[in-house]
Design a protein around this ligand. Structure first.
Ligand code: IVH
Length: 670
């Protein structure tokens, strides 16, 4: 096999494994074996860049962030479906069909996936362009983001039609959604309310490499633009054969009764599916009959969406309590008479903010209707005014903190009130838990309940005190045996080695999540330098806006925060990013200018730049004839093309590693 054949074979094989893994959940090889195939292909493509085509599996993530999306007209409108909420409504739909085409017809029943509608265009066996539904007439071109979804084929078999369009739904599986939200919580990022919002938000990210990190997947249910006279059911089969992800839960039904059975079956099994569905779509199978039936202004006459009833329940709202978050924000919560709904017992529901409570006029003692969509937290839909107690009083948002009594602040541009007292107990608890969390200083054994115990015992007043805990203080605590005390102390000791970025994140500075913390650590290099930075110095850093700058300055100006920091310093927590001394390093890159492109396997860009600089080299952002070498990682961008054009040396990561030597030592010391 020559290299071209090998490349071709690898591409086919990788796409086959993508399908097995992402669509069929039946992997044939291990992740490591898959990675090995991918690495081999990358190596070969690096050596033979002329073979790289946009449909290579190495090219799923690539390209620079976009400025915005272009709107592109749909080949034919992406319509919505008429909804039916009962058997009667479906019978009306069925009757209207029989009135037009008689009794000879079949229905195809499919699950109605609760995701985001998309249209994919293929030409000459390659994925060309993908659009959102938009307003139905035109959608946004989100091709770069759709390419990152590994269940969407970048190419189709050679015997597929030369040009066609596929429509379907992009969604996120429940378990991936939970993982993603957990990670966001750890990173201090805003949570998504439900998988659909998360999918929609991800498809509209301007940076495709960010979209690639989102666990998006797809089911496709419509093949159009082909000439063969195939029915819808046959088309689904063909789509499947062409390698598209087609939902296996579909059925050809001879009449409405059979379709209704399908609705009933999935209504019962719906909670066992690993993704959200909100109903069943019932479609006429024959395309000729569809043509005869035609459309109304909004939807086809040949299809209907049977919508499952929302998972709702009626219960009593015992009262409204206020939750104080780590940064002092106050959120009202509905305390409910426990009620069982869609697989779990519900005791609380979110009320968002005081405006929402006023709008729905929700009061303590009310009988309320609650609803659980795909949403993480159930919500109060409405109040039954008829059963409202005579003595009921409208809810008044207190102006004092429910936990510490401090006067609450409300900024003009914020709908939520905030407790300004940094010593407020729930804030203090939240801050210490955040400090010790996995994404922060990662202190083994120091979860919320332990922190609570330590606070209650008066052993902590801020996170600085963690490092002064003594074994004899821990032992009297409940559930704290000799061994667990030792483990906790060992966990605390181990956390002293965390890198600067983790420490900065742990401090709990408002608006400083993991990403911002990394940037601040890289740019300022130490807690002291960061503490000294004024707003201008912070604003000079790329990606740091006025909100973050103000919040950082405010944090370090606060005497209580300063006190906690001093405790950390005295406990020998690392306040500086580690660097190796310049003298140890030979100046092998002296006089050279490097340009970096693509994702490196072993380093972040900042790390690689630092390695080059420490060896006397310079790093520039654009390629010119004067560039000494372009260091390329995975999915190199246009800088790579330019280097090839100008005849500038292209250096792979391996060559770079060989030059600098002692890779492992290097990484550890940085
Ligand atoms: S067929 C003419 N089939 O539901 C409309 N739609 O309310 C053809 N959806 O915009 C749509 N699962 O985004 C169809 N199996 C399925 C579906 C499905 C989810 C979505 C789709 C559409 C919306 C209609």
């Amino acid at each position: 096999m020559n290299f071209k054949e090998r490349i071709e074979w690898l591409r086919r094989e990788i796409e086959r494994h993508n399908r097995l893994y992402y669509q069929l959940a039946e992997p044939e090889i291990t992740d490591a074996e898959y990675d090995a195939l991918m690495r081999e292909l990358q190596e070969l493509e690096k050596r033979h860049p002329e073979t790289i085509t946009p449909d290579s599996p190495t090219q799923r993530v690539g390209g620079a962030p976009l400025e915005g999306f272009h709107s592109v007209p749909h080949s034919s409108p992406m319509l919505s479906l008429a909804n039916a909420y009962s058997l009667e409504e479906l019978q009306d739909f069925d009757r209207r069909i029989r009135d037009v085409i008689g009794n000879e017809y079949k229905y195809v029943c499919e699950l109605k996936i609760d995701g985001v509608g998309i249209a994919l265009r293929y030409r000459e066996h390659r994925f060309q362009q993908g659009l959102t539904r938009g307003d139905g007439a035109a959608g946004d071109d989100i091709t770069a983001n759709l390419r990152t979804i590994r269940s969407i084929p970048l190419r189709v078999p050679a015997d597929s039609p030369i040009e066609f369009e596929v429509r379907g739904e992009v969604f996120i599986r429940a378990i991936d959604f939970q993982k993603m939200n957990r990670k966001r919580e750890e990173d201090g990022e805003k949570l998504f309310a439900n998988p659909r919002n998360a999918a929609a938000g991800s498809l509209k990210l301007l940076n495709p490499s960010e979209a690639a990190e989102r666990p998006l997947t797809a089911w496709l249910y419509d093949l159009r633009g082909i000439t063969e006279p195939l029915s819808h059911f046959q088309r689904l089969k063909l789509l499947d054969k062409m390698g598209f992800p087609v939902n296996p839960h579909r059925r050809l039904c001879a009449n409405l009764e059979e379709a209704w059975d399908f609705c009933g079956e999935w209504g019962e099994k719906r909670d066992s599916l690993p993704y959200e569905i909100d109903g069943v779509v019932i479609k006429i199978d024959s395309l000729e009959q569809r043509e005869v039936l035609g459309f109304t202004a909004k939807s086809p006459r040949w299809a209907a969406a049977y919508k499952y009833p929302a998972r709702q329940a009626v219960t009593r709202l015992k009262g409204i309590t206020l939750q104080v978050g780590r940064t002092g924000y106050i959120t009202p919560v509905a305390e409910l008479e426990p009620v069982f709904l869609a697989g779990s017992t519900i005791r609380r529901a979110t009320l968002h903010n005081e405006e929402e409570i006023a709008r729905k006029d929700i009061r303590g003692g009310d009988t309320v209707l609650i609803e659980k969509g795909g949403d993480v937290i159930p919500k109060v839909v409405s109040v039954n005014m008829e059963s409202r107690p005579a003595d009921s009083q409208p809810f008044v948002m207190p102006d004092k903190c429910p936990a510490c009594g401090a006067q609450l602040a409300k900024l003009p541009d914020e709908a939520i009130r905030r407790c300004p007292n940094i010593s407020c107990p729930p804030q203090r608890l939240g801050r210490i838990v955040h400090f010790a969390s996995r994404a922060g200083m990662d202190i083994e054994g120091m979860g919320e309940s332990t922190v609570k115990q330590l606070l209650d015992a008066g052993l902590l007043s801020d996170y600085g005190d963690i490092y002064y805990l003594k074994k004899e203080q821990l032992l009297p605590l409940e559930r704290m045996a000799d061994k667990s005390a030792d483990n906790l102390l060992a966990g605390i000791e181990a956390s002293k080695e965390r890198p600067l970025e983790k420490l900065i994140y742990s401090l709990g500075i408002k608006l400083v999540g993991a990403g911002v913390a990394r940037i601040l650590a890289e740019r300022f290099g130490s807690i002291d330098a960061l503490a000294e930075a004024d707003e201008d110095a912070l604003l000079a850093v790329e990606d740091i806006g006025p909100g973050i700058a103000a919040s950082v300055v405010e944090f370090f100006a606060n005497p209580q925060n300063r006190e906690a920091l001093e405790k950390l310093r005295r406990a020998d927590i690392k306040f500086e990013a580690e660097k190796t001394a310049d003298i140890e390093v030979e100046q092998i890159f002296k006089g050279m200018t490097f340009v970096l492109t693509g994702t490196l396997k072993n380093y972040t860009r900042e790390e690689a730049s630092e390695i080059i600089r420490r060896r006397g080299g310079m790093v520039s952002s654009s390629v010119s004839k004067k560039t000494s070498a372009v260091l390329i990682g995975e999915n190199p961008g246009s800088k790579y093309d330019k280097a090839v054009k100008l005849g500038v040396k292209v250096m792979g990561e391996e060559e770079f590693n060989k030059l600098i030597g002692e890779l492992r030592w290097e990484k550890k010391k940085m």
